[in-house]
Unconditional design. Structure first.
Ligand code: ADP
Ligand code: ADP
Length: 217
């Protein structure tokens, strides 16, 4: 049975990094609303035009927009594909919608993995973040460098990119949004017995091993 899991944690917690690893090693599908929205901005679609300024400010895009993106992406999957939700849900409204969306596609939520991190480390993680311009593999200036400098480990590209919202000022707003709107979702999932907590301050490989143990159990 294909697993449906949420990776939950503040910006910079390591959600994208761990999701990319699960895609690579476990063949799961990563549904990142941040990636979907950035693609819409780049393509200049109506959603992208609406979302651009909101994302640059660090505020949240409307529930209607992200719920519709998730619905559309779930519809494109085959039932045997496991899903990692990365950066979604981010509000109680989105969490409620997700249950309905999953049911509509014959799925149910199996696990919510909380990446618990020290807030002081997040600015450093986010301002040092970059990714491959071709295949989006995530890296960090100090904590996760490509094996050969300037060459993507996965696809060999020499081009990398940084996000416009990965600056200190926007990060502060994003963290405030997380505390106010996203953290309150955790107790809701906890009462359903779905939450497993992982120490997101451990090195990347250790966080990955802890997640694997949870998914295997
Ligand atoms: P999120 O998707 O939760 O915003 P990312 O996975 O993009 O976070 O991680 C943010 C940055 O921190 C990236 O540059 C990544 O390489 C780095 N990083 C991720 N996990 C760890 C970790 N456990 N220790 C140190 N750096 C990490
Ligand atoms: P990070 O993991 O570093 O916080 P994301 O790539 O998940 O960043 O999100 C980047 C931005 O996209 C957010 O600051 C927000 O503006 C928007 N966004 C992404 N996912 C959602 C969501 N589920 N609900 C509302 N806004 C979202």
């Amino acid at each position: 049975m294909a697993l449906n899991i949420i990776l939950l944690g503040p910006p910079g917690a390591g959600k994208g990094t761990q999701a990319a690893r699960l895609v690579e090693e476990a063949g799961m599908v990563q549904l990142s609303t941040g990636d979907m929205l950035r693609a819409a901005v780049k393509a200049g679609t109506p959603i992208g035009l609406q979302a651009k300024a909101v994302m640059e400010s660090g505020a949240l895009v409307s529930d209607e927009i992200v719920n519709a993106l998730i619905d559309e992406n779930l519809a494109a999957l085959s039932p045997d594909q496991g899903v990692i939700f990365d950066g979604y849900p981010r509000t109680a409204g989105q969490a409620e919608s997700l249950d309905g969306l999953l049911a509509g596609h014959g799925r149910k939520l199996d696990r919510v993995i909380e990446l618990a991190v020290d807030e002081d480390a997040l600015v450093d993680r986010i301002t040092g973040r970059f990714s491959c311009a071709q295949c989006s593999t995530p890296y960090h200036d100090r904590y996760n460098r490509p094996e050969v400098g300037g060459v993507c480990d996965l696809c060999g590209s020499n081009e990398f990119k940084r996000r416009p919202d990965d600056n200190e000022e926007t990060v502060r707003t994003r963290m405030a949004e997380y505390r106010a709107k996203t953290a309150p979702i955790l107790p809701l999932y906890d009462t359903r017995g779905l939450v497993a907590r992982v120490d997101g301050m451990a090195p990347i490989e250790e966080v990955g091993a802890a997640i694997d143990r949870i998914l295997a159990g």
